[in-house]
Design a binder for this molecule. Structure first.
Ligand code: WTA
Length: 648
């Protein structure tokens, strides 16, 4: 969602304070934490780093050669050891993962169970020849084995690259090839709304053009699959005869922990790199401060582990705090609209973290689904992924939180690794729709295009001015793009790509992306990626994609398409192009609307004026169109859009 009406948002004046009882029990009760962190950033992070296990302490907390940061230099640490081994002695029988399958199956893995499985699987990886020079790609749905696979990689010091299981074969292939993976971990299939999704078929298709040598397949559904000789191996067979213990690698703080591909303004996905020490300190600390994690909490983050939210706040943050995580395999509306509330009641979930798009969907489904269940176990709510409308916030607060749970609206990105702008739930007075303040030690600001701070209540570019431990260390095999994307607009600050305004009380209000990145149902999608997918259709000559405001999804994908000479537009062709995008990228990228046009609004130098394409959809000011090569095209587009949206 891109918010243009800044004033309307800032008119929101409701304030919600944490209750006395929440405050009293909160991990962070004292505002001094902000002061302490800003006065001595390095001691703040060093103190928090002490909460983790280190084989060898760091020599130096931070080396900051803008834009390159190194944290906890020469420290030796293992992420898996921190998430598993160190909890075994005292909390071995505590549930680490409570898993609910889509069909209603339950599995509970204690920390000892997790320890055993991770150790064995780490040995499996070694047995098939995985070394520290590899990147292991993981393409799995929301099952505990995904966590086991990630932690096993971390245990032997091998970076993983988890690819969201909803991505198509070609999207998977691009990511495997960019990472140069020789090893892939996947499943036979999984359930989605009661149907079996044949993930292995997608994998087989993706592997036609890669250097993958070995594939480990976990049997989730037992569907008919094709096993390629000498390449495909069953998880359960490999696990039969491996030793129960695998010594964790003493990784350097700056060793790569994982790569996570995300969308940017060009067609090619970016491999965001996160390293071990700093990332672990960042997510461990924020889980304690923001999610107020306690020993008896049941923490449910509804994100998919295929995205950064799942990496940081299902796997590494909570497990390194010895928390119990809830993991759900399926869809929120299967078999009925109250599945989430049923799960909260069934497992007595205490902390619930989800996306605004999901909350808007729940609102639409109606309060009666919520009211059927006892949600009194909840004590803290969170949101992430896109701006939350104040009224949706208030609904979440009253209807799900029963007016007693603080809401942490957490702003962050794949690149930041951890939450950067957020309330601290025992301290912050909340304003609905505002992510409130930068986390202790983070300095954020709102700049105009020339790098001057904006006056209060005016929209500009959100920037971050201090380094933080879990900041990305670069883009995989693309060092120049790191500097160009994040550090070239301003010399002294990290460019987030988001629009924001700061009000007179210092609250940050996030306004959506300022670049060509969309947030569709919370999923991050580059317009260029969708355009490339559309243009790869044999009948298409050119395409331009923009986001259209959407009540539930935040934004939906709207495509203007020019067909090749002699091709006639038709409803069938429109559907065919939509399906083609779905097949090329995955269902999340399927355009909602396509209009066929004869040309696009281009400047004389050939640049497409997306501003106009967006304004046509919202009825906003078109602005100056005289610089267009052919200003008359605007009338045609207006007509086509009207025809399209009038009908839908
Ligand atoms: C958006 C997801 C407003 C933002 C963790 C950012 C948000 C992008 C919020 C990153 C929030 C995330 N309020 N917008 N609380 N949280 N965003 O990489 O536009 O999938 O740049 O990481 O999500 O998306 P990503």
């Amino acid at each position: 969602m891109v918010i243009e009406d800044v004033e309307a948002l800032l008119r929101e004046k409701r304030v919600f304070e944490p209750s006395v009882s929440f405050k009293e029990q909160a991990n962070i009760k004292n505002e001094d934490v902000y002061k302490k962190a800003s006065e001595d950033l390095e001691s703040f992070w060093a103190e928090n780093a002490e909460k983790l296990h280190w084989y060898k302490k760091w020599d130096k907390v931070l080396e900051w050669n803008l834009p390159y940061a190194k944290w906890f230099l020469n420290g030796k640490i293992n992420a898996c050891y921190n998430c598993v081994d160190r909890h075994i002695k005292e909390k071995g029988n505590k549930a680490a993962i409570i898993w609910e399958g889509e069909l209603g199956e339950t599995r509970v893995l204690t920390y000892i169970d997790l320890y055993r499985e991770v150790n064995k699987f780490a040995n499996v990886l070694r047995s098939i020849g995985v070394t520290r020079n590899d990147v292991v790609t993981i393409y799995m749905p929301m099952i505990p084995e995904l966590v086991i696979a990630m932690l096993a990689c971390a245990r032997i010091g091998v970076p993983h690259s988890v690819v969201f299981s909803g991505f198509s074969a070609s999207a998977l292939q691009v990511r495997i090839n960019d990472a140069g993976s020789k090893f892939l971990i996947t499943v036979d299939g999984y359930y989605r709304r009661g149907n079996v999704v044949n993930a292995k078929d997608t994998v087989d298709e993706a592997l036609k053009n890669t250097n993958v040598e070995k594939v480990i397949v976990y049997k989730r559904v037992g569907n008919q699959i094709n096993l390629v000789e000498n390449r495909d191996l069953w998880w359960h067979e490999l696990m039969k005869d491996v030793p129960l213990y695998c010594e964790p690698v003493q990784a350097d703080s700056e060793d790569l922990l994982f790569i996570m591909y995300t969308s940017g303004t060009t067609g090619k996905p970016k491999g965001v790199m996160h390293t071990t020490g700093g990332y672990m300190v960042g997510v461990n600390t924020t889980t304690r401060y923001i999610f107020d994690i306690k020993d008896n909490d049941i923490f449910w983050c509804t994100a998919d582990i295929g995205w950064i939210t799942g990496h940081s706040y299902i796997v590494y943050g909570p497990l390194s705090n010895c928390a119990t995580i809830l993991m759900y395999e399926g869809a929120p509306d299967y078999p009925s609209f109250d599945r989430f509330w049923e799960i909260i009641e069934k497992y007595k979930v205490t902390i619930f973290y989800t996306a605004p798009t999901a909350i808007r969907t729940f609102m639409k489904w109606g309060d009666e689904w919520v009211k059927k269940h006892d949600l009194s176990s909840l004590r803290l709510l969170g949101t992430v992924g896109e701006p939350i409308n104040p009224d949706v916030w208030v609904w979440y607060y009253n209807t799900i939180g029963n007016g007693k749970c603080p809401i942490v609206d957490t702003w962050w990105q794949t690149e930041t690794g951890m939450v950067l702008i957020t309330p601290l739930p025992g301290i912050t007075k909340l304003k609905p729709g505002s992510a409130t303040f930068p986390f202790p030690g983070i300095v954020a600001d709102v700049y105009d295009d020339n790098g001057n701070p904006m006056p209060p209540n005016e929209k500009g570019n959100l920037v971050i001015k201090t380094p933080w431990p879990s900041m990305l260390r670069g883009l995989y095999k693309d060092p120049e793009r790191y500097v160009e994307t994040y550090w070239s607009r301003y010399k002294d600050a990290y460019l987030t790509g988001d629009g924001a305004a700061k009000d007179e009380d210092g609250y940050f209000w996030l306004m959506g992306r300022m670049d060509d990145v969309l947030k569709v149902s919370g999923h991050r999608i580059g317009t260029m990626e969708v355009e490339s997918a559309i243009v790869s259709h044999e009948k298409v000559a050119e395409a331009a994609v923009v986001g259209m405001p959407h009540e539930i999804k935040g934004e939906s994908i709207f495509a203007y398409v020019i067909l090749k000479e002699g091709i006639q537009p038709s409803k069938e062709l429109e559907d065919d192009i939509k399906e083609h995008v779905k097949k090329t990228m995955g269902p999340i990228a399927r355009p909602d609307n396509i209009v066929f046009v004869s040309d696009l609004p281009k400047t004389r130098s050939g640049k497409i004026m997306r501003r106009i394409l967006r304004s046509l959809l919202t009825g906003g000011e078109l602005g100056d169109v005289t610089t267009l090569r052919d200003p008359s095209i605007v009338d045609e587009l207006k007509e086509k859009v009207k025809e399209k949206l009038g009908k839908t």
